[in-house]
Design a protein around this ligand. Structure first.
Ligand SMILES: Nc1ncnc2c1ncn2[C@@H]1O[C@H](COP(=O)(O)OP(=O)(O)O)[C@@H](O)[C@H]1O
Ligand SMILES: [Mg+2]
Length: 332
């Protein structure tokens, strides 16, 4: 459906890897869309295909093993999967940029922070004067909450704390005022207080600039803080999708319900054991037939072993991939 409010549309994305043991599909028929000015959360346990989804959108899959087998990724109406490498290079960074979980993997340890910021401006705004680059870099560091930015410009990544490094990463990602910022577990490696500060920062920047944020996390608690809409992924597939409000009020997929039950809550005494979902995400080499969650599901039925369940409508703009809802179609 054409909708000018939608800035990114992922349709039936299938991303595979060629490995020594054969080809595996890390993302298998995933669809979602993001509207202008909104924050989309992608949530799921480790190994569910969140990062591979993000890398597919960025077209940064490892070559030659990472392959997009099927699907379309429409950015502002253009299918970016069909773009030549140089056009994609312009979009990446300038219009869509990404913050990774571990900043040291994308910060260059041998270059000063000021130089790394400056390089981004030079790359995307050729002919910008040195003094302007310096002024813009300092302003940007200031904006992401880095104290004494003039001094930080002269420092190397290892000289600052993990929280500050993540802020530098965000500054680098924001340098070109992207339309979309993909934040892949940007707070996972940080302690709780710093996590909260980084989340606050992303929220503020989002409110101020209206950019779209795709926020990837394994922690459903974080989603509640920042997201408008949510995609819950399980073993490479979409388990459930809804607005954050609806998802928390009315979770339908047993996996989402399990994730919600495992969020620590203040009102529950600390010694009470959390309801962690038993079992683990299946290996992509040994996927169960039918529903990929069935081995861990408290409601598994015979039909669950047949085919993977389709995404069924379970409410307004609310879909769950679960046989529990086969009989409740089209009531919305
Ligand atoms: N370069 C790769 N080669 C082979 N398999 C990969 C590669 N990258 C990721 N995978 C596999 O794809 C699956 C999804 O990974 P990922 O998207 O990183 O999960 P998440 O970000 O949700 O933790 C995992 O099973 C992972 O082992
Ligand atoms: Mg990941």
């Amino acid at each position: 459906m054409a909708n000018d409010k939608v800035i990114l549309q992922v349709e039936n994305l299938v991303t595979a890897f060629d490995t020594e043991e054969g080809r595996i599909r890390a993302v298998d028929d995933v669809s979602f869309e993001v509207k202008k000015g909104q924050t989309l959360g992608i949530v799921g346990e480790s190994g569910c295909g969140k990062s591979v989804t993000a890398l597919s959108v960025m077209r940064l899959l490892p070559k030659p093993t990472g392959i997009i087998e099927n699907g379309r990724i429409l950015f502002d109406g253009i299918d970016i999967l069909g773009l030549p490498a140089d056009r994609m290079h312009e979009i990446r960074g300038r219009r869509i940029s990404m913050v990774f979980q571990e900043p040291m993997t994308s910060l260059n340890p041998v270059h000063k922070i000021g130089k790394q910021l400056g390089e981004i401006f030079q790359l995307h705004f050729q002919g910008m004067a040195d003094q302007d680059i310096r002024d813009e870099s300092i302003a940007l560091l200031h904006k992401v909450g880095i104290p004494e930015p003039e001094l930080r410009m002269e420092e190397y990544p290892h000289q600052i704390s993990g929280g500050m490094r993540q802020r530098v990463m965000i500054a680098l990602a924001l340098a070109c005022k992207p339309d979309i910022l993909i934040a892949d577990e940007p707070t996972t490696a940080l302690d709780v207080t710093i996590q909260a500060q980084i989340l606050e920062l992303i929220k503020d920047l989002q409110r101020e600039s209206g950019m779209v944020v795709i926020f990837i996390t394994h922690d459903l608690g974080v989603i509640a803080e920042v997201c408008d809409d949510v995609v819950v992924m399980y073993a490479g597939k979409v388990a459930e999708t809804a607005s954050a409000f609806e998802l928390f009020k009315n979770p339908q997929h047993p996996y989402t319900q399990g994730l919600l039950n495992s969020i620590p809550r203040l009102e529950i005494p600390r010694k009470t054991k959390l309801n962690i979902i038993r079992g683990i995400v299946p290996s992509l080499y040994e996927l169960p037939s039918g529903c990929r969650f069935r081995n861990r599901c408290p409601h598994a039925m015979e039909i669950c072993a047949t085919e993977p369940p389709p995404l069924l409508s379970v409410g307004e703009d609310h879909y769950a991939s679960c046989y529990l809802y086969t009989g409740s179609q089209n009531n919305f």
